[in-house]
Design a protein around this ligand. Sequence first.
Ligand code: NAP
Length: 507
Amino acid sequence: MTQTAPPPSAATTELPAFRHFIAGAWCESTSGQTFESRNPADRRDIVGRFQQGTAADVAMAIRAAETAGPMWRRTPAPKRGEILYAFGALMAQHKERLARAMAREMGKVLSEARGDVQEGIDIAFLMAGEGRRMQGQTVPSELPDKWAMSIRQPIGVAGIITPWNFPMAIPCWKMMPALVTGNTVVFKPSSDTPHCATLLVELMAEAGFPAGVVNLVTGSGGEVGDAIVDSPDIGVISFTGSSTTGRSIATKAGAKLKRLSLELGGKNGVVVLADADLDLATDGILWSAFGTTGQRCTACSRVIVEHDVVEPLLKRLETRAANLRLGPGLDESTDVGPLINAGAVDKVASYVDIGRSEGELVLGGGRARDGDLGHGNFFEPTIFAGVGAMDRIGQEEIFGPVLSVIPVADYGAAMLALNQTRYGLSSSIYTRDVNTAFRAMRDFETGIVYVNAGTTGAETHLPFGGWKETGNGHREAGNVALDTYTEWKSIYVDFSGRLQRAQIDNQ
Ligand code: NAP
Protein backbone atom coordinates (compact mmCIF):
# COMPACT_ATOMS: atom_id res chain seq x y z
CA MET A 1 0.00 0.00 0.00
CA THR A 2 1.49 3.38 -0.92
CA GLN A 3 1.18 6.20 1.57
CA THR A 4 1.11 9.36 -0.51
CA ALA A 5 0.42 11.71 2.38
CA PRO A 6 0.85 10.24 5.83
CA PRO A 7 -1.07 11.99 8.58
CA PRO A 8 0.97 14.39 10.66
CA SER A 9 2.14 12.90 13.92
CA ALA A 10 0.79 14.15 17.20
CA ALA A 11 4.32 15.08 18.26
CA THR A 12 5.02 17.46 15.37
CA THR A 13 2.02 19.80 15.33
CA GLU A 14 -0.01 21.44 18.02
CA LEU A 15 -3.35 20.01 16.93
CA PRO A 16 -2.77 17.17 14.50
CA ALA A 17 -5.24 16.66 11.67
CA PHE A 18 -5.81 13.14 10.43
CA ARG A 19 -7.23 11.94 7.14
CA HIS A 20 -9.29 9.22 5.55
CA PHE A 21 -7.38 6.35 3.98
CA ILE A 22 -8.77 5.54 0.52
CA ALA A 23 -7.12 3.56 -2.30
CA GLY A 24 -3.82 3.52 -0.44
CA ALA A 25 -3.65 7.30 0.06
CA TRP A 26 -4.37 9.56 3.02
CA CYS A 27 -6.90 12.13 1.84
CA GLU A 28 -9.24 14.84 3.03
CA SER A 29 -13.01 14.70 3.03
CA THR A 30 -15.04 16.26 0.24
CA SER A 31 -16.88 18.10 3.04
CA GLY A 32 -13.83 20.20 3.91
CA GLN A 33 -14.97 19.76 7.52
CA THR A 34 -13.29 18.14 10.50
CA PHE A 35 -14.36 17.10 13.98
CA GLU A 36 -12.41 16.84 17.23
CA SER A 37 -11.69 13.85 19.40
CA ARG A 38 -11.11 14.71 23.07
CA ASN A 39 -9.66 12.91 26.04
CA PRO A 40 -12.63 11.84 28.23
CA ALA A 41 -10.47 12.12 31.36
CA ASP A 42 -9.68 15.76 30.57
CA ARG A 43 -11.88 17.42 28.00
CA ARG A 44 -9.33 20.25 27.59
CA ASP A 45 -7.00 17.74 25.91
CA ILE A 46 -7.81 17.50 22.18
CA VAL A 47 -6.41 14.33 20.60
CA GLY A 48 -6.76 15.62 17.06
CA ARG A 49 -9.00 16.69 14.22
CA PHE A 50 -10.55 14.07 11.97
CA GLN A 51 -12.27 14.19 8.61
CA GLN A 52 -16.02 14.71 8.70
CA GLY A 53 -16.78 12.11 6.04
CA THR A 54 -19.59 12.29 3.49
CA ALA A 55 -21.56 9.87 1.34
CA ALA A 56 -19.28 10.92 -1.55
CA ASP A 57 -16.22 9.87 0.50
CA VAL A 58 -17.85 6.51 1.19
CA ALA A 59 -18.58 6.08 -2.53
CA MET A 60 -14.89 6.67 -3.29
CA ALA A 61 -13.85 4.16 -0.62
CA ILE A 62 -16.27 1.56 -2.00
CA ARG A 63 -14.93 2.12 -5.54
CA ALA A 64 -11.37 1.64 -4.26
CA ALA A 65 -12.41 -1.55 -2.44
CA GLU A 66 -14.20 -2.88 -5.54
CA THR A 67 -11.22 -2.13 -7.75
CA ALA A 68 -8.85 -3.97 -5.39
CA GLY A 69 -11.28 -6.87 -4.96
CA PRO A 70 -10.36 -9.17 -7.90
CA MET A 71 -6.61 -8.89 -7.19
CA TRP A 72 -7.09 -9.52 -3.45
CA ARG A 73 -9.43 -12.49 -3.81
CA ARG A 74 -7.01 -14.11 -6.29
CA THR A 75 -4.08 -13.62 -3.93
CA PRO A 76 -3.54 -17.09 -2.40
CA ALA A 77 -5.11 -17.20 1.07
CA PRO A 78 -1.82 -18.24 2.76
CA LYS A 79 -0.23 -15.07 1.26
CA ARG A 80 -3.11 -12.98 2.58
CA GLY A 81 -2.53 -14.66 5.93
CA GLU A 82 1.13 -13.62 5.88
CA ILE A 83 0.10 -9.95 5.63
CA LEU A 84 -2.24 -10.45 8.59
CA TYR A 85 0.63 -12.02 10.45
CA ALA A 86 2.87 -9.01 9.63
CA PHE A 87 0.11 -6.71 10.92
CA GLY A 88 -0.20 -8.69 14.17
CA ALA A 89 3.58 -8.52 14.63
CA LEU A 90 3.54 -4.74 14.08
CA MET A 91 0.76 -4.38 16.65
CA ALA A 92 2.86 -6.37 19.11
CA GLN A 93 5.87 -4.17 18.38
CA HIS A 94 3.80 -1.01 18.93
CA LYS A 95 1.64 -2.39 21.75
CA GLU A 96 2.59 0.17 24.37
CA ARG A 97 2.21 3.15 22.03
CA LEU A 98 -1.22 1.88 20.89
CA ALA A 99 -2.35 1.23 24.48
CA ARG A 100 -1.34 4.73 25.59
CA ALA A 101 -3.13 6.33 22.65
CA MET A 102 -6.21 4.29 23.54
CA ALA A 103 -6.09 5.21 27.23
CA ARG A 104 -5.90 8.87 26.21
CA GLU A 105 -8.66 8.85 23.60
CA MET A 106 -11.09 6.36 25.11
CA GLY A 107 -10.25 6.47 28.83
CA LYS A 108 -9.79 2.82 29.76
CA VAL A 109 -6.98 2.14 32.19
CA LEU A 110 -3.61 1.18 30.73
CA SER A 111 -3.66 -2.48 31.76
CA GLU A 112 -7.04 -2.90 30.03
CA ALA A 113 -5.89 -0.89 27.01
CA ARG A 114 -2.95 -3.26 26.67
CA GLY A 115 -5.44 -6.15 26.83
CA ASP A 116 -7.53 -4.52 24.08
CA VAL A 117 -4.46 -4.28 21.82
CA GLN A 118 -3.55 -7.87 22.72
CA GLU A 119 -6.97 -9.07 21.57
CA GLY A 120 -6.26 -7.43 18.23
CA ILE A 121 -2.90 -9.20 18.03
CA ASP A 122 -4.48 -12.54 19.00
CA ILE A 123 -7.17 -12.35 16.33
CA ALA A 124 -4.65 -11.24 13.69
CA PHE A 125 -2.52 -14.33 14.41
CA LEU A 126 -5.54 -16.65 14.67
CA MET A 127 -6.92 -15.42 11.34
CA ALA A 128 -3.46 -15.45 9.71
CA GLY A 129 -3.52 -19.20 10.39
CA GLU A 130 -6.95 -19.45 8.73
CA GLY A 131 -5.14 -18.47 5.51
CA ARG A 132 -3.77 -22.03 5.58
CA ARG A 133 -6.95 -23.71 6.87
CA MET A 134 -10.26 -22.13 5.85
CA GLN A 135 -11.63 -25.62 5.69
CA GLY A 136 -14.45 -26.68 3.43
CA GLN A 137 -15.73 -30.24 3.15
CA THR A 138 -14.85 -33.08 0.84
CA VAL A 139 -17.50 -35.80 1.13
CA PRO A 140 -18.34 -39.01 -0.71
CA SER A 141 -20.82 -38.68 -3.53
CA GLU A 142 -23.89 -40.91 -3.66
CA LEU A 143 -23.00 -41.68 -7.27
CA PRO A 144 -19.95 -43.51 -8.63
CA ASP A 145 -17.16 -41.56 -10.33
CA LYS A 146 -18.33 -38.27 -8.87
CA TRP A 147 -16.49 -35.88 -6.58
CA ALA A 148 -18.32 -33.66 -4.02
CA MET A 149 -16.81 -30.79 -2.04
CA SER A 150 -17.49 -27.30 -0.70
CA ILE A 151 -15.31 -24.20 -0.53
CA ARG A 152 -15.61 -20.74 1.01
CA GLN A 153 -15.50 -17.67 -1.22
CA PRO A 154 -15.39 -13.97 -0.29
CA ILE A 155 -18.54 -11.89 -0.51
CA GLY A 156 -16.98 -8.72 -1.90
CA VAL A 157 -16.78 -5.41 -0.07
CA ALA A 158 -17.34 -5.60 3.70
CA GLY A 159 -18.67 -2.55 5.57
CA ILE A 160 -17.22 -2.49 9.09
CA ILE A 161 -18.95 -0.20 11.63
CA THR A 162 -17.54 -0.24 15.16
CA PRO A 163 -18.12 1.24 18.64
CA TRP A 164 -15.63 3.03 20.90
CA ASN A 165 -15.46 0.64 23.85
CA PHE A 166 -12.96 -1.80 22.32
CA PRO A 167 -11.55 0.60 19.75
CA MET A 168 -8.79 -1.71 18.51
CA ALA A 169 -9.96 -5.23 19.39
CA ILE A 170 -13.38 -4.97 17.72
CA PRO A 171 -12.16 -3.53 14.39
CA CYS A 172 -9.58 -6.35 14.33
CA TRP A 173 -12.20 -9.00 15.21
CA LYS A 174 -14.08 -7.88 12.11
CA MET A 175 -11.40 -6.89 9.62
CA MET A 176 -9.10 -9.89 10.12
CA PRO A 177 -11.64 -12.59 9.13
CA ALA A 178 -13.03 -10.33 6.38
CA LEU A 179 -9.58 -9.83 4.86
CA VAL A 180 -8.15 -13.32 5.19
CA THR A 181 -11.16 -14.71 3.34
CA GLY A 182 -10.52 -12.31 0.44
CA ASN A 183 -12.96 -9.46 1.04
CA THR A 184 -11.92 -5.84 0.84
CA VAL A 185 -13.02 -3.42 3.55
CA VAL A 186 -14.56 -0.01 4.14
CA PHE A 187 -14.09 0.79 7.84
CA LYS A 188 -16.07 3.44 9.74
CA PRO A 189 -14.98 3.72 13.38
CA SER A 190 -16.84 5.38 16.23
CA SER A 191 -16.60 9.17 16.21
CA ASP A 192 -15.36 8.91 19.81
CA THR A 193 -12.25 6.91 18.83
CA PRO A 194 -11.07 7.92 15.33
CA HIS A 195 -7.44 8.18 16.45
CA CYS A 196 -7.33 4.55 17.59
CA ALA A 197 -8.73 3.55 14.19
CA THR A 198 -6.22 5.69 12.31
CA LEU A 199 -3.30 4.13 14.20
CA LEU A 200 -4.57 0.65 13.31
CA VAL A 201 -4.91 1.51 9.63
CA GLU A 202 -1.42 3.07 9.59
CA LEU A 203 -0.05 -0.27 10.75
CA MET A 204 -2.18 -2.15 8.20
CA ALA A 205 -0.65 -0.01 5.46
CA GLU A 206 2.82 -0.73 6.82
CA ALA A 207 2.07 -4.47 7.02
CA GLY A 208 1.55 -4.55 3.26
CA PHE A 209 -2.18 -4.74 2.55
CA PRO A 210 -2.33 -3.58 -1.09
CA ALA A 211 -3.94 -0.23 -1.98
CA GLY A 212 -7.73 -0.30 -1.79
CA VAL A 213 -7.94 -3.48 0.31
CA VAL A 214 -8.48 -1.50 3.51
CA ASN A 215 -10.20 1.90 3.41
CA LEU A 216 -10.91 4.15 6.39
CA VAL A 217 -13.64 6.80 6.37
CA THR A 218 -14.22 8.76 9.57
CA GLY A 219 -17.36 10.77 10.30
CA SER A 220 -20.82 10.48 11.74
CA GLY A 221 -23.00 7.40 11.88
CA GLY A 222 -25.84 9.34 10.28
CA GLU A 223 -23.79 10.21 7.21
CA VAL A 224 -20.86 7.78 6.79
CA GLY A 225 -22.49 4.81 8.51
CA ASP A 226 -25.74 5.32 6.66
CA ALA A 227 -23.96 5.55 3.30
CA ILE A 228 -22.26 2.20 3.99
CA VAL A 229 -25.53 0.55 4.98
CA ASP A 230 -27.36 2.02 1.98
CA SER A 231 -24.82 1.14 -0.68
CA PRO A 232 -25.83 -1.70 -3.01
CA ASP A 233 -22.11 -2.33 -3.54
CA ILE A 234 -21.42 -3.39 0.06
CA GLY A 235 -22.10 -7.11 0.24
CA VAL A 236 -21.79 -7.64 3.97
CA ILE A 237 -22.02 -5.36 6.98
CA SER A 238 -20.55 -6.17 10.35
CA PHE A 239 -21.83 -3.87 13.08
CA THR A 240 -21.17 -3.70 16.80
CA GLY A 241 -22.95 -1.05 18.84
CA SER A 242 -26.19 -0.21 20.55
CA SER A 243 -29.40 -2.14 19.98
CA THR A 244 -31.10 1.05 18.79
CA THR A 245 -28.61 1.62 15.99
CA GLY A 246 -28.45 -2.10 15.22
CA ARG A 247 -32.20 -2.28 14.80
CA SER A 248 -32.24 0.62 12.37
CA ILE A 249 -29.37 -0.89 10.35
CA ALA A 250 -31.14 -4.27 10.32
CA THR A 251 -34.29 -2.70 8.90
CA LYS A 252 -32.41 -1.06 6.05
CA ALA A 253 -30.13 -4.01 5.34
CA GLY A 254 -33.08 -6.42 5.51
CA ALA A 255 -34.90 -4.49 2.80
CA LYS A 256 -31.86 -4.96 0.59
CA LEU A 257 -31.45 -8.65 1.59
CA LYS A 258 -27.92 -7.83 2.69
CA ARG A 259 -25.70 -10.08 4.83
CA LEU A 260 -25.52 -8.48 8.27
CA SER A 261 -23.78 -9.42 11.50
CA LEU A 262 -24.99 -7.56 14.59
CA GLU A 263 -23.36 -7.53 18.04
CA LEU A 264 -25.53 -5.38 20.30
CA GLY A 265 -26.35 -4.59 23.92
CA GLY A 266 -26.20 -6.74 27.02
CA LYS A 267 -27.50 -6.98 30.59
CA ASN A 268 -25.11 -9.52 31.96
CA GLY A 269 -25.67 -11.20 35.31
CA VAL A 270 -23.61 -13.02 37.91
CA VAL A 271 -25.39 -15.61 40.07
CA VAL A 272 -23.93 -16.12 43.54
CA LEU A 273 -25.23 -19.15 45.44
CA ALA A 274 -25.01 -19.66 49.19
CA ASP A 275 -22.17 -22.20 48.86
CA ALA A 276 -19.98 -19.86 46.80
CA ASP A 277 -16.50 -18.63 47.71
CA LEU A 278 -17.60 -15.05 48.46
CA ASP A 279 -14.12 -13.52 48.27
CA LEU A 280 -13.61 -15.04 44.83
CA ALA A 281 -17.07 -13.86 43.75
CA THR A 282 -16.30 -10.35 45.01
CA ASP A 283 -13.11 -10.21 42.92
CA GLY A 284 -14.96 -11.35 39.79
CA ILE A 285 -17.96 -9.05 40.28
CA LEU A 286 -15.86 -5.94 40.89
CA TRP A 287 -13.69 -6.65 37.83
CA SER A 288 -16.76 -7.30 35.67
CA ALA A 289 -18.87 -4.41 36.95
CA PHE A 290 -16.35 -1.59 37.27
CA GLY A 291 -13.59 -2.62 34.82
CA THR A 292 -13.69 -0.30 31.78
CA THR A 293 -16.03 1.76 33.98
CA GLY A 294 -18.85 -0.70 33.28
CA GLN A 295 -18.61 0.02 29.56
CA ARG A 296 -17.85 -3.48 28.30
CA CYS A 297 -20.57 -5.23 26.34
CA THR A 298 -19.97 -8.12 28.75
CA ALA A 299 -19.96 -5.93 31.89
CA CYS A 300 -21.83 -7.33 34.88
CA SER A 301 -24.66 -5.02 35.89
CA ARG A 302 -26.78 -7.52 37.87
CA VAL A 303 -25.75 -9.75 40.74
CA ILE A 304 -28.40 -12.34 41.55
CA VAL A 305 -27.74 -13.61 45.06
CA GLU A 306 -29.23 -16.29 47.30
CA HIS A 307 -30.84 -14.64 50.36
CA ASP A 308 -28.45 -16.21 52.92
CA VAL A 309 -25.37 -14.52 51.47
CA VAL A 310 -26.77 -11.15 50.37
CA GLU A 311 -25.48 -9.30 53.44
CA PRO A 312 -21.92 -10.71 53.54
CA LEU A 313 -21.54 -10.29 49.78
CA LEU A 314 -22.88 -6.73 49.80
CA LYS A 315 -20.52 -5.81 52.64
CA ARG A 316 -17.53 -7.07 50.67
CA LEU A 317 -18.63 -5.35 47.44
CA GLU A 318 -19.33 -2.06 49.19
CA THR A 319 -16.01 -1.99 51.05
CA ARG A 320 -13.92 -2.89 48.03
CA ALA A 321 -15.78 -0.65 45.55
CA ALA A 322 -15.49 2.32 47.90
CA ASN A 323 -11.71 2.01 47.65
CA LEU A 324 -11.52 1.98 43.86
CA ARG A 325 -9.47 4.94 42.67
CA LEU A 326 -10.95 7.10 39.93
CA GLY A 327 -8.62 8.86 37.51
CA PRO A 328 -7.25 9.05 34.00
CA GLY A 329 -6.54 5.73 32.32
CA LEU A 330 -2.98 6.86 31.63
CA ASP A 331 -2.25 6.95 35.36
CA GLU A 332 -1.06 3.44 36.33
CA SER A 333 -2.62 3.80 39.80
CA THR A 334 -6.14 4.35 38.42
CA ASP A 335 -8.70 1.57 38.93
CA VAL A 336 -11.69 3.19 37.20
CA GLY A 337 -11.37 5.63 34.28
CA PRO A 338 -13.90 8.10 32.89
CA LEU A 339 -17.07 7.44 30.93
CA ILE A 340 -16.71 8.02 27.21
CA ASN A 341 -18.50 11.37 26.93
CA ALA A 342 -20.82 13.83 28.66
CA GLY A 343 -23.89 12.10 27.18
CA ALA A 344 -22.86 8.84 28.86
CA VAL A 345 -22.56 10.63 32.22
CA ASP A 346 -26.07 12.05 31.80
CA LYS A 347 -27.43 8.62 30.87
CA VAL A 348 -25.85 6.94 33.91
CA ALA A 349 -27.10 9.76 36.19
CA SER A 350 -30.62 9.34 34.85
CA TYR A 351 -30.54 5.59 35.62
CA VAL A 352 -29.28 6.34 39.13
CA ASP A 353 -32.35 8.57 39.59
CA ILE A 354 -34.57 5.70 38.43
CA GLY A 355 -32.68 3.31 40.73
CA ARG A 356 -33.34 5.46 43.80
CA SER A 357 -37.03 4.61 43.51
CA GLU A 358 -36.44 0.93 42.69
CA GLY A 359 -33.74 -0.20 45.13
CA GLU A 360 -31.59 0.99 48.02
CA LEU A 361 -28.53 3.05 47.05
CA VAL A 362 -25.69 1.65 49.13
CA LEU A 363 -22.69 3.24 47.39
CA GLY A 364 -21.86 6.12 45.04
CA GLY A 365 -24.59 7.51 42.83
CA GLY A 366 -22.96 10.78 41.86
CA ARG A 367 -20.81 12.47 39.26
CA ALA A 368 -17.21 12.63 40.52
CA ARG A 369 -15.93 16.19 40.30
CA ASP A 370 -13.18 16.46 42.93
CA GLY A 371 -10.05 18.26 41.72
CA ASP A 372 -8.96 17.32 38.21
CA LEU A 373 -11.81 14.80 37.92
CA GLY A 374 -14.01 17.81 37.22
CA HIS A 375 -12.37 18.18 33.81
CA GLY A 376 -13.42 14.67 32.81
CA ASN A 377 -16.51 12.45 32.52
CA PHE A 378 -16.21 10.66 35.85
CA PHE A 379 -18.94 8.84 37.75
CA GLU A 380 -18.67 7.11 41.11
CA PRO A 381 -18.86 3.31 41.28
CA THR A 382 -22.48 2.78 42.32
CA ILE A 383 -24.28 -0.14 43.99
CA PHE A 384 -28.00 -0.64 44.52
CA ALA A 385 -29.32 -3.35 46.85
CA GLY A 386 -32.80 -4.90 46.96
CA VAL A 387 -33.46 -4.50 43.24
CA GLY A 388 -36.23 -6.53 41.60
CA ALA A 389 -35.36 -8.64 38.57
CA MET A 390 -37.94 -6.78 36.45
CA ASP A 391 -37.03 -3.27 37.67
CA ARG A 392 -35.71 -0.94 34.99
CA ILE A 393 -32.19 -0.88 36.44
CA GLY A 394 -32.34 -4.67 36.48
CA GLN A 395 -33.45 -4.84 32.85
CA GLU A 396 -32.02 -1.96 30.78
CA GLU A 397 -28.44 -1.53 29.61
CA ILE A 398 -26.91 1.38 31.57
CA PHE A 399 -23.34 1.01 30.23
CA GLY A 400 -21.68 2.58 33.24
CA PRO A 401 -20.42 1.75 36.73
CA VAL A 402 -23.80 0.82 38.22
CA LEU A 403 -24.40 -2.57 39.83
CA SER A 404 -27.78 -3.92 40.97
CA VAL A 405 -28.01 -6.64 43.62
CA ILE A 406 -31.09 -8.83 43.16
CA PRO A 407 -31.95 -11.21 46.06
CA VAL A 408 -33.49 -14.61 45.22
CA ALA A 409 -34.58 -17.74 47.11
CA ASP A 410 -32.62 -20.48 45.33
CA TYR A 411 -30.94 -21.67 42.13
CA GLY A 412 -34.27 -22.03 40.29
CA ALA A 413 -35.26 -18.44 41.05
CA ALA A 414 -31.75 -17.23 40.17
CA MET A 415 -31.88 -18.97 36.81
CA LEU A 416 -35.28 -17.44 36.03
CA ALA A 417 -34.10 -13.95 37.01
CA LEU A 418 -30.95 -14.32 34.96
CA ASN A 419 -32.88 -15.35 31.85
CA GLN A 420 -35.66 -12.75 32.29
CA THR A 421 -34.07 -10.20 29.99
CA ARG A 422 -34.23 -9.46 26.29
CA TYR A 423 -30.43 -9.67 26.06
CA GLY A 424 -28.23 -12.77 26.13
CA LEU A 425 -24.52 -12.04 25.89
CA SER A 426 -22.68 -13.25 29.01
CA SER A 427 -23.49 -14.80 32.39
CA SER A 428 -21.70 -16.38 35.30
CA ILE A 429 -22.31 -18.53 38.36
CA TYR A 430 -20.37 -18.86 41.60
CA THR A 431 -20.95 -22.20 43.33
CA ARG A 432 -18.89 -25.03 44.74
CA ASP A 433 -21.48 -27.63 43.67
CA VAL A 434 -20.42 -29.24 40.40
CA ASN A 435 -23.96 -30.44 39.64
CA THR A 436 -25.37 -26.92 39.94
CA ALA A 437 -22.53 -25.56 37.81
CA PHE A 438 -23.48 -28.01 35.04
CA ARG A 439 -27.15 -27.07 35.39
CA ALA A 440 -26.19 -23.43 34.86
CA MET A 441 -24.09 -24.31 31.80
CA ARG A 442 -27.21 -25.98 30.42
CA ASP A 443 -29.83 -23.45 31.56
CA PHE A 444 -28.37 -19.95 31.12
CA GLU A 445 -29.60 -18.32 27.91
CA THR A 446 -26.44 -16.49 26.93
CA GLY A 447 -23.76 -16.89 24.28
CA ILE A 448 -21.05 -17.04 26.94
CA VAL A 449 -21.22 -18.71 30.40
CA TYR A 450 -18.51 -18.52 33.05
CA VAL A 451 -18.23 -20.77 36.09
CA ASN A 452 -16.51 -19.27 39.13
CA ALA A 453 -15.34 -16.27 37.12
CA GLY A 454 -16.96 -12.92 36.25
CA THR A 455 -18.79 -12.10 33.02
CA THR A 456 -15.76 -10.87 31.06
CA GLY A 457 -12.65 -12.56 29.73
CA ALA A 458 -13.51 -14.11 26.38
CA GLU A 459 -10.63 -15.55 24.36
CA THR A 460 -10.39 -15.06 20.62
CA HIS A 461 -10.44 -18.71 19.55
CA LEU A 462 -14.01 -19.46 20.72
CA PRO A 463 -17.17 -17.93 19.22
CA PHE A 464 -18.15 -14.57 20.73
CA GLY A 465 -21.67 -13.18 20.62
CA GLY A 466 -25.07 -13.20 22.22
CA TRP A 467 -28.49 -14.79 22.16
CA LYS A 468 -31.82 -13.00 21.84
CA GLU A 469 -31.65 -9.24 21.19
CA THR A 470 -27.90 -9.09 21.71
CA GLY A 471 -27.44 -10.05 18.10
CA ASN A 472 -28.84 -11.73 15.04
CA GLY A 473 -27.23 -15.13 15.38
CA HIS A 474 -23.79 -14.46 13.94
CA ARG A 475 -20.60 -14.84 15.94
CA GLU A 476 -17.29 -13.03 16.03
CA ALA A 477 -13.96 -14.73 16.76
CA GLY A 478 -13.20 -18.44 16.57
CA ASN A 479 -13.23 -20.06 13.16
CA VAL A 480 -17.00 -19.46 12.95
CA ALA A 481 -16.21 -15.77 12.35
CA LEU A 482 -15.41 -16.80 8.78
CA ASP A 483 -19.12 -17.56 8.22
CA THR A 484 -20.04 -13.87 8.25
CA TYR A 485 -17.64 -13.00 5.46
CA THR A 486 -17.93 -15.97 3.12
CA GLU A 487 -20.37 -17.63 0.78
CA TRP A 488 -20.34 -21.42 0.57
CA LYS A 489 -19.97 -22.95 -2.84
CA SER A 490 -20.70 -26.69 -3.28
CA ILE A 491 -18.95 -28.23 -6.25
CA TYR A 492 -19.70 -31.57 -7.94
CA VAL A 493 -17.33 -33.05 -10.48
CA ASP A 494 -18.70 -35.97 -12.48
CA PHE A 495 -15.92 -37.99 -14.12
CA SER A 496 -18.12 -40.95 -15.17
CA GLY A 497 -18.51 -39.69 -18.72
CA ARG A 498 -22.27 -40.32 -18.67
CA LEU A 499 -25.43 -38.64 -17.38
CA GLN A 500 -25.87 -39.53 -13.69
CA ARG A 501 -28.97 -38.28 -11.93
CA ALA A 502 -28.71 -37.73 -8.16
CA GLN A 503 -31.59 -39.16 -6.08
CA ILE A 504 -32.78 -41.10 -9.16
CA ASP A 505 -30.12 -43.32 -10.71
CA ASN A 506 -28.85 -44.68 -7.39
CA GLN A 507 -32.22 -45.81 -6.02
P1 NAP B 1 -23.64 3.19 18.77
O1 NAP B 1 -23.97 4.55 19.22
O2 NAP B 1 -24.73 2.33 18.25
O3 NAP B 1 -22.51 3.37 17.66
C1 NAP B 1 -21.83 2.28 17.07
C2 NAP B 1 -21.33 2.67 15.70
O4 NAP B 1 -22.45 2.88 14.83
C3 NAP B 1 -20.53 3.98 15.67
O5 NAP B 1 -19.50 3.88 14.73
C4 NAP B 1 -21.58 4.98 15.24
O6 NAP B 1 -21.05 6.14 14.64
C5 NAP B 1 -22.34 4.15 14.21
N1 NAP B 1 -23.67 4.63 13.88
C6 NAP B 1 -24.48 5.45 14.62
N2 NAP B 1 -25.64 5.66 13.95
C7 NAP B 1 -25.57 4.98 12.78
C8 NAP B 1 -26.45 4.81 11.66
N3 NAP B 1 -27.64 5.37 11.63
N4 NAP B 1 -26.04 4.04 10.64
C9 NAP B 1 -24.85 3.42 10.68
N5 NAP B 1 -23.96 3.56 11.70
C10 NAP B 1 -24.31 4.32 12.74
O7 NAP B 1 -22.93 2.36 19.92
P2 NAP B 1 -21.72 2.81 20.87
O8 NAP B 1 -22.23 3.78 21.89
O9 NAP B 1 -20.56 3.24 20.03
O10 NAP B 1 -21.33 1.43 21.58
C11 NAP B 1 -21.89 0.99 22.78
C12 NAP B 1 -22.85 -0.16 22.52
O11 NAP B 1 -22.16 -1.20 21.85
C13 NAP B 1 -23.41 -0.78 23.78
O12 NAP B 1 -24.79 -0.99 23.63
C14 NAP B 1 -22.68 -2.12 23.89
O13 NAP B 1 -23.38 -3.13 24.57
C15 NAP B 1 -22.50 -2.45 22.45
N6 NAP B 1 -21.41 -3.41 22.26
C16 NAP B 1 -21.75 -4.71 21.99
C17 NAP B 1 -20.76 -5.67 21.84
C18 NAP B 1 -21.10 -7.10 21.54
O14 NAP B 1 -20.23 -7.84 21.13
N7 NAP B 1 -22.34 -7.54 21.71
C19 NAP B 1 -19.41 -5.28 21.96
C20 NAP B 1 -19.11 -3.95 22.24
C21 NAP B 1 -20.12 -3.02 22.39
P3 NAP B 1 -20.83 7.49 15.50
O15 NAP B 1 -19.85 7.15 16.57
O16 NAP B 1 -20.31 8.42 14.49
O17 NAP B 1 -22.18 7.87 16.04
